[in-house]
Design a protein around this ligand. Sequence first.
Ligand code: AGP
Length: 621
Amino acid sequence: MCGIIAYIGARPCRDILIEGLKRLEYRGYDSAGLAITQTIGDCTTHVCKTVGRVADLERKLEADEPTLNGTIGLAHTRWATHGAVTDPNTHPHTDDRGLICLVHNGIIENYVSLKKLLEEKGRKFRTETDTEVLATLVSELYDPDHAKTGGMDLEAAVQAALREVTGAYAIAVMSTRDPDTLVVARKGSPLIVGIGNGEFIVASDGSAIISHTARAMTLDDYSVVRLTRDGLRTSTIDNVELSPKVMQLEIELGEIELGGFEHYMRKEIFEQPRALRRTMSGRLNHNEGCIVLGGLLAHAKELVRSRRVIICGQGTALNAGMVGEYLFEDLARIPTEVEYASELRYRNPIIEEGTVVIAVSQSGETADTLAALHEVRDRGALGLGVINVVGSTISRDTDAGVYLRVGPEIGVASTKAFTGQVMVLTMMSLFLARRRLMSGTDVSAFMAELARVPDHIEAVLEQDDEIRAITEKHIGRENWLFLGRGYNYPTAMEGALKLKEISYIHAEGMPAAEMKHGPIALIDEGMPVVFIATKGAQYDKVMSNIEEVRSRGGHIIAVATEGDEDIRRVAEDVIYIPECPEPLSPMVAVVPLQLIAYHAAVLRGHDVDKPRNLAKSVTVE
Ligand code: AGP
């Protein structure tokens, strides 16, 4: 996905746009660009764009447009979908007549047919992008002399163009011929409008707005907003007036600053204890022996009587959902399955009476997860969300949900979001267990252990240097295996994903038993194999699997329970974690794996927070 920021008001917007892009760069960072309309003498719109990071754009701007400034502009940081990563394909895009300037996050699915129609009308194209087609379509419909002719103004032209497109979009549009109007719109991709004093800052998420204002307006799909220095008008693409939905952004600036850490990922790994305490805050009623999840109360009876739970998500959210599957069946005794949202949405699922779907998503904007939620809800399921970003699209499209409250996650590799998602799923399973078969005493005992998880994570974080040393021993190895059983099979999956996505080392996670059914062939002398070998029901089985790997030359790195001396007999490296009930162990056992991935990326010289080819949230399918 990409990052969009736009401004209209009384202040010069060059620095506002650049600073906003820096806040949004985690959303995509293949290339960046901005356009500003300045009204010195004639109105002129200047576009500056470049492959690379926002810092590269800043340098190019200094060199090419040192004096460019104006009080209306738009900017974009790109994660390429259509068209290679080149300067011409970088946003903003203009049409061949130079009337329209536009930035876009999403995919125009019917851009080829639209491009053909526009070429038949004599329009010329200079890029491979779907976005240029949209800009040209708006230009074709827009009448710059609308004041005299009664033709389509910018708002009407954007509405008309969007009625012709299929796909997902969040756009900001301006025209040299109308420097007092900014039009924005969304469908399927996030966009919010920050409401300042006599100014509007439009962005893909609140992190680029909060330093200017905490008042923001969320947009539903098919919304179009016309912004001028005097105010705003919200309508649908069919020009039906809408009343604005204003909210307060709950972001603290400190939460989105690095705060002395070298990388956001490191900051977010180390803030997990504090983040999880916030996740639990006010939700553990130890006296009554129950979990308090206000967002679920209205549906408690339906949940208690539910006959099946489907948990869906992608990536890390899916791995957290896999822990949820064990929790819901083990503690709440509800038949539960977990699925890739991208598969669930297309497989024509059977959804019988009493089905609950839980969409897990840090950003609340992942296109496949959103679509799967819609699909299963349309078939009658109750839709719940386990989401981090307040007011995000998925959170608004569920019947109810529970927010993670771990604070903004900027690092592309999810860390505190994973432990936050598992914490929320644990509380949800106890919320239901208490209403189905678990006594208050048993729930209280569980909650006491749950409250200690942040302390356990702190104990693991103190081993950071040792974990770095273990990682360094294997930094030249190109293939790793991560193996676990039971609750920690998903932990192994998450450890492998972390290593892959930021160090670019190939890694596979799987159930420890599965390794014998083929992957054991991969093991060669010195291959790093990480076992989650914490005390639990299948400990002895894991020890057997370790022996099988050792006998083939694998190098064993074990995550084990404090006090376990047996493990030292079979593992070259041991990372100890404090003892805790097996259902709670993924939140602790994952931390060494997060640190292994982090150190591997740093040791290999990669950009930890902006790994190649990735973006923070995949809002395209
Ligand atoms: C995790 O480290 C990745 N960044 C990615 O797999 C992510 O978890 C996935 O894209 C889902 O994102 P979401 O939680 O925002 O829906």
